[in-house]
Design a protein around this ligand. Structure first.
Ligand code: R5P
Length: 310
């Protein structure tokens, strides 16, 4: 089976980086856009190939999801022997449970659509929920950018340091960073008031006088980081903090919100295109990591020990 990379239109720079890391060219394709908003991707023949369809699901989320589904179907119909959805940022992963009657289970719908469109398996980077595997009927390969992001964050860190999970969902991730950076963990108790507003009122763990490194899977509106920083300041943490997040989604006024905070360094990966405006960001490229993952999967090699190449 020949290795082929099919690139969606969501993140051309990342696609180019992954192709470079693999030493191949993306399969030549075409994307037509109809006046009514429909899209129509066309791929070359992929008969018997091992195909990796790369599409990150940042904004515009709905259009990027539809394009991924059409690409997966096109791969199948072009004769691919095996199709892997390579989805660095998987949108809808926050909708992993129903908060109240009448809601949809968003990630389950997306998982069914991806499998139904023809993916044999999916690769995701730092997904929001560890419950993801249970949502998919195809294998889920999870990759973490934490090793690369921690390495980038390490320079100049003081001894008195604390890794902060800005909510309960981030505790596992915080423990991973704590192991990488050899620091204790503190947890902020967060309550979500609405899609754009959160409240953080309690901090568990020793933060007084320490520099906080707040870690999260994603920054959307920036509300979680803002609330965590307020709670940390009230608990006596050092005034300036570092922030690490895998997915820099930066919706709405996130850029302005974060620019107003005393953040010493803001380190993200490039699973989604970097926002055009906002506070200075340090962006860690993950194309090397994804290239290594694809190369291992293509050869049916294990993903552990995890590659940390960036
Ligand atoms: C939620 O649990 C996630 O891990 C993030 O904390 C959250 O999605 C960030 O969203 P926002 O930046 O809008 O607060």
């Amino acid at each position: 089976m020949s290795l082929r990379l099919v690139a969606g239109s969501a993140h051309p720079a990342l696609a180019a980086g992954v192709a470079r890391a693999l030493g191949i060219e993306p399969a030549p394709g075409r994307l037509e856009r109809y006046p009514d908003g429909e899209i129509r991707p066309t791929l070359p023949e992929l008969r018997g190939d091992d195909v990796y369809a790369l599409q990150s699901l940042g904004a515009p989320v709905a259009a990027n999801v539809i394009e991924l589904l059409l690409l997966l179907d096109a791969c199948r119909r072009a004769g691919a022997a095996r199709v892997t959805a390579l989805v660095p940022y998987l949108a809808y992963a926050r909708q992993d449970r129903r908060e109240q009657p009448g809601e949809a289970l968003g990630i389950h719908v997306i998982a069914e659509a991806i499998a139904g469109a023809g993916a044999d398996r999916i690769v995701v980077v730092d997904p929001h929920t560890p419950a993801l595997e249970a949502m998919f009927r195809i294998p889920v390969e999870t990759v973490s950018a934490a090793g690369a992001l921690a390495a980038a964050a390490r320079a100049g860190l003081p001894r008195d340091l604390v890794i902060v999970a800005p909510d309960l969902g981030a505790v596992r991730l915080a423990e991973r960073y704590a192991a990488l950076l050899d620091a204790p963990v503190a947890i902020v108790r967060k309550t979500r008031v609405s899609a754009t507003r959160v409240r953080a009122d309690q901090v568990a763990g020793e933060v007084a006088g320490r520099m906080a490194v707040i870690v999260d899977d994603m920054i959307s509106t920036g509300g979680t980081i803002e609330a965590a920083m307020r709670a940390l300041a009230a608990a006596g943490a050092a005034p300036r903090a570092r922030v690490i997040a895998t997915h820099a989604v930066f919706a709405e006024s996130a850029a302005a919100r974060l620019a107003a905070l005393p953040i010493e360094r803001l380190i993200v990966s490039d699973t989604v295109p970097a926002p055009a405006t906002g506070p200075p960001l340090e962006v860690c490229a993950i194309s090397g990591l994804l290239g290594e993952v694809v190369a291992r999967l293509h050869r049916d090699r294990p993903l552990e020990p995890a590659p940390v190449t960036v």
